[in-house]
Design a binder for this molecule. Structure first.
Ligand SMILES: C[S@@+](CC[C@H](N)C(=O)[O-])C[C@H]1O[C@@H](n2cnc3c(N)ncnc32)[C@H](O)[C@@H]1O
Length: 348
C-alpha cells in the first residue's frame, strides 16, 4: 500500500511515496522510532527516553489526560491517506459519511485549543490559531530535507513534521512537553491508515544528551525565548546534530542595531515565560559562541493578526489582545511587538 502526497507548489515541488507500516492501534507507541534509534546506535538514549515517556504520560500526573485518552479511543474507526497540500493544509483524505464527518468534527473539538496548523481531516478544516503554513513557506526553501533525519524541538502537534516528510525527510522526531499537543498528533496518527515516520515524544529539550550527534537537521522554532538559559538550549541543539548538520532556528527578536537583548520585567505579550529576546546580531553571536558556523538570517518578519488569531478551534485570546490598543507596534506591556527571525547555521 502506498500513500502519495500532493504535488505541492511550484516553488517547492514534492511528490512522495510512503510504504505503510502496521496501523497504529495504541497510544504513545514509539516502538518504530525506538527500534530505528537502537539500530542507529543510540540504545542508551532509547532506554532513557522510554522511561521519560512513561513518566510523562502517566495519567496520575495529569488532570486532563484520562479525558483526552477516552476521546482518542472514541474516535470513529476511519482511516485515510496523508496529503501535504499546496495551500498549507496537512490533510487526511478518505470517504466518510456525513454522520461520521459530524462525529469526527465534534471529537476533534475536544482537543482544543488547536494552535498550529491548518489541517483538513476528512473534509473538516481545522483553522488553527496560527497560519503555521506561512512559517513553513519562510523555512522550506532554506533547509535541506531530502533523505535527512530531522529533530524538531518544541514541535507542537507535529504540523511541520508532515510538511518535512512530504519534502523528502526520511524521519522526523518531534519533542514537545505539552501533552495536549502530543495528543493532537496521536489523533492524526490514529486517523492515518499507516504508520509514518513523524513522531512526537512528550518530552522537552532536556531529554537530549550532551553529545548525541544523531540528526542531519535540527529545528527549533518558537522555543528559545521560553528558555531561561538560551545558550544552553543552543548547546543542546548543537549536540543533537551530526558533523556538518544543519540548524534551523526561529525566535523572537528585537529590531535593534548591534548586539542587544531585551529581558522583559514580567510578561511579554501577556506571556509569563518569555526570558530573552535578542537583536539579530546578538542571536548570531550566541550561535557563533556555541560553535555554529555559516550563520545565515533567512527571514525577519513581524507577526500580524492575520498570522496569529482566535478561531473556532482556538477560542482564547490571541495576538490582537496582546498588543497595545491603537498601536500594533507595541505589546500591551509597552515592549516592541513580536518580530520573528529565522536563521540557519551549521555544526562544525
Ligand atoms: C511557540 S510554540 C512553537 C511551536 C512550533 N515550533 C512553531 O514554531 O509553531 C513553543 C513550543 O515549545 C514547547 N516547549 C516549551 N518548552 C520546551 C522545551 N523545554 N523543550 C521543547 N519544547 C518546549 C511548547 O510546548 C510549545 O509547543
Amino acid at each position: 500500500m502506498f500513500f502519495v502526497s500532493s504535488p505541492g507548489t511550484s516553488r517547492n515541488p514534492r511528490t512522495k511515496l510512503y510504504r505503510s507500516q502496521p496501523v497504529k492501534t495504541s497510544l504513545f507507541n514509539f516502538d518504530a522510532l525506538f527500534g530505528w534509534l537502537r539500530e542507529a546506535g543510540h540504545s542508551a538514549w532509547v532506554d532513557e527516553l522510554q522511561q521519560s515517556c512513561h513518566q510523562a504520560t502517566d495519567v496520575t500526573g495529569h488532570g486532563n489526560l484520562e479525558g483526552w485518552k477516552q476521546c482518542w479511543h472514541n474516535l470513529p474507526a476511519i482511516e485515510g491517506h496523508f496529503e501535504a497540500r499546496a495551500d498549507g493544509r496537512v490533510a487526511i483524505v478518505g470517504q466518510v459519511s456525513a454522520d461520521v464527518k459530524n462525529q469526527l468534527r465534534s471529537d476533534l473539538l475536544n482537543f482544543r485549543p488547536w494552535r498550529k496548523g491548518p489541517f483538513d481531516l476528512f473534509g473538516t478544516h481545522i483553522d488553527t490559531e496560527w497560519r503555521s503554513d506561512w512559517k513553513w513557506n519562510r523555512l522550506s526553501d532554506h533547509v535541506e530535507l531530502r533523505d535527512r533525519n530531522v529533530l524538531d524541538v518544541g514541535c507542537g502537534n507535529g504540523y511541520f513534521g508532515w510538511h518535512m516528510l512530504a519534502a523528502g525527510a526520511r524521519r522526523v522526531v518531534g519533542l514537545d512537553p505539552f501533552l495536549l499537543f502530543v495528543m493532537q498528533h496521536e489523533v492524526i496518527r490514529k486517523l492515518l491508515g499507516a504508520e509514518l515516520p513523524n513522531d512526537v515524544l512528550p518530552l522537552g529539550d532536556d531529554c537530549l544528551p550532551e553529545r548525541l550527534h544523531a540528526f542531519d537537521v535540527t529545528v527549533s522554532m518558537g522555543v528559545l525565548y521560553h528558555r531561561t538559559s538560551p545558550v544552553e538550549h543552543l548547546q543542546a541543539l548543537y549536540g543533537s546534530l551530526k558533523r556538518d548538520g544543519q540548524l534551523v532556528l526561529e525566535t523572537l527578536v528585537i529590531d535593534a542595531a548591534g548586539e542587544q537583548v531585551l529581558m522583559p520585567d514580567g510578561r511579554y505579550a501577556k506571556m509569563r515565560n518569555v526570558w530573552f529576546i535578542p537583536s539579530v546580531d546578538m542571536l548570531k553571536k550566541w550561535l557563533r559562541r556555541t560553535g555554529f558556523h555559516e550563520v545565515k538570517v533567512v527571514d525577519v518578519t513581524a507577526t500580524t493578526t492575520s498570522e496569529q488569531r482566535s478561531t473556532d478551534w482556538m477560542t482564547f485570546e490571541s495576538l490582537s489582545d496582546f498588543l497595545a490598543s491603537g498601536d500594533c507596534s507595541r505589546t500591551i506591556e509597552g515592549y516592541p511587538a513580536p518580530v520573528r527571525a529565522m536563521l540557519t547555521a551549521r555544526r562544525k
